[in-house]
Write a protein that binds this ligand. Structure first.
Ligand code: ATP
Length: 446
């Protein structure tokens, strides 16, 4: 089979996402809101599967991790103490001719990328969205939408410690929305002002931090490759000293080779004891750990793997997109688009398809569908589809990444067997209906 592997161009991906219900432009009927996107019926499944896969790997499968779900709105002093009010900013420049605004550190030359005009001096632009809590718009009521979930973990450090009796090293994981008033957005869901983030704050003894930093870098990279991302299109890049965030001693970025070039999908920062120290002194409450062995109170160091859900989704989609020549039933070939998503991520796991809408086939196909769906053995969505020709339905399922199709045909009425068709190889095997659920779940977890 002649295969054209990614790089898929961005336009094709955006169009597939809209056509098949992965991602829609937000507020589209009002002309859309720049760089804001909504996840459609398949997108929401894919996104949930990504978050579930991440939670399974980094929380449920480990005995040194617990979870948390902190509020988006926090006391404004949190952001003063953390340094975000002062330092969470990007250098903003404006074109003196066309007045477009740019992030200076993302420009290759010091002139306007749109019109070539002269740029103003850079000024620091704070990325936090400000709002007001309660009915009065006054300074005393200012609140910020969180630009990261990490601070919710730091301020709960004592609560987690006393409620779980954890010993170092241990980590706290959290998945949730974050907001950044980015100066420039773009590349579809890659850079938006509202996004979701999967974060871990992993607390270690000072001195053990560098070793754990390396371990987390490797484990995070492995998460993507275990879920099928091409190793050759991933790389790890250490931050230069002048790139480091205000809290970081060292940071690795995991980058993916997107259609427009390398882009960060995850950061792994060594935040030292910066945040716990800052909140201890600002709140007056000691955020420290009592070491039973040395009988000393220590402030742990923190390794922070922080991954964007939307960027992960963009990575999995880009990496899974394949166009290839496939044989047709009549002996010719046709071009098919396939999303070769890992079965754990695929929005629909199994599609049950009667060969046609024949009145004898439909009841049996519905029965097979209910049996598979209600078995509880398929972790995710099972779909029934009897519209259009079987060939078109296969193509549609290929294009949305469904790993397995089950076809009920006229022979099924006599032999009580159905055909399983595999997405990637297109191989077909006949299995008795009685053994179907076991066969399907075995293939999905193989
Ligand atoms: P960038 O340099 O691309 O602006 P960053 O270094 O500021 O990113 P981090 O603060 O390390 O990003 O955030 C952790 C992760 O959150 C990133 O690796 C990315 O996956 C995700 N993320 C950050 N900003 C955005 C955004 N504007 N839109 C979507 N995802 C984002």
């Amino acid at each position: 089979m002649a295969t054209t592997q990614s790089p898929v161009d961005l336009e094709k991906l955006v169009s597939l996402c809209k056509r098949r219900g992965f991602v829609f432009q937000s507020s589209e009927i009002y002309g859309g809101l720049a760089s804001t996107w909504d996840y459609g019926p398949l997108g929401v499944e894919l996104k949930r599967n990504i978050k579930d896969a991440w939670w399974r790997t980094f929380v449920l499968a480990r005995d040194d991790m617990v979870g948390l779900d902190a509020a988006i709105l926090m006391h404004p002093d949190v952001w003063r103490a953390s340094g975000h009010v002062e330092g969470f900013s990007d250098p903003l420049v404006e074109c003196k001719a066309c007045h477009q605004r740019w992030r200076e550190d993302q420009l290759e030359e010091r002139k306007c990328p749109a019109c070539g005009g002269e740029l103003t001096e850079a000024r620091q632009f704070n990325l936090m969205f400000k709002t007001f809590v309660g009915p009065v718009e006054e300074d005393a009521a200012v609140a910020y939408l969180r630009p990261e979930t990490a601070q919710g973990i730091f301020v709960n450090f004592n609560n987690v410690l006393t409620s779980t009796r954890r010993k170092l090293p241990f980590g706290v994981a959290q998945i949730g929305k974050a907001f950044r008033n980015e100066i420039t957005t773009g590349n579809f869901i890659f850079r938006t002002r509202e996004f979701e983030i999967m974060e871990i704050e992993f607390f270690v003894k000072p001195g053990d931090d560098e070793e754990w930093h390396g371990r987390w870098r490797d484990e995070c990279l492995r998460w993507y490759t275990d879920l099928g991302v091409d190793e050759g299109r991933l790389r790890v890049r250490a931050h230069e000293p002048d790139e480091l965030a205000h809290y970081a001693k060292a940071t690795y970025d995991i980058e993916y080779d997107f259609p427009w070039g390398w882009g960060e999908i995850q950061g792994i920062a060594n935040r030292t004891d910066y945040d716990l120290q800052a909140h201890s002194s600002a709140s007056g409450e000691s955020l420290a750990y009592f070491d039973d062995e040395t009988k000393e109170r220590i402030v742990p160091y923190v390794i922070e793997p922080s991954a964007g859900v939307d960027r992960a989704l963009m990575t999995f989609l880009t990496d899974a997109y394949v166009e290839e020549e496939a044989p047709t039933a009549s002996g010719g070939t046709e071009r098919r688009v396939v999303l070769k998503l890992h079965p754990d991520l695929a929005p629909v796991k199994v599609a049950v398809l009667p060969l046609s809408r024949n009145e004898r086939l439909v009841p049996l196909a519905r029965e097979v569908f209910e049996k598979v769906r209600s078995s509880g053995a398929i972790r995710g969505m099972v779909q029934y589809d009897d519209s259009q020709s079987i060939g078109r339905r296969y193509r549609r399922q290929d294009e949305t990444g469904t790993p397995l199709c089950v076809t009920v045909d006229f022979d099924s009425l006599d032999d009580n067997a159905v055909t399983i068709r595999e997405r990637d190889s297109m191989a077909q095997v006949r299995v008795p209906i009685a053994a179907l659920v076991g066969e399907l779940s075995g293939r999905l977890t193989a």
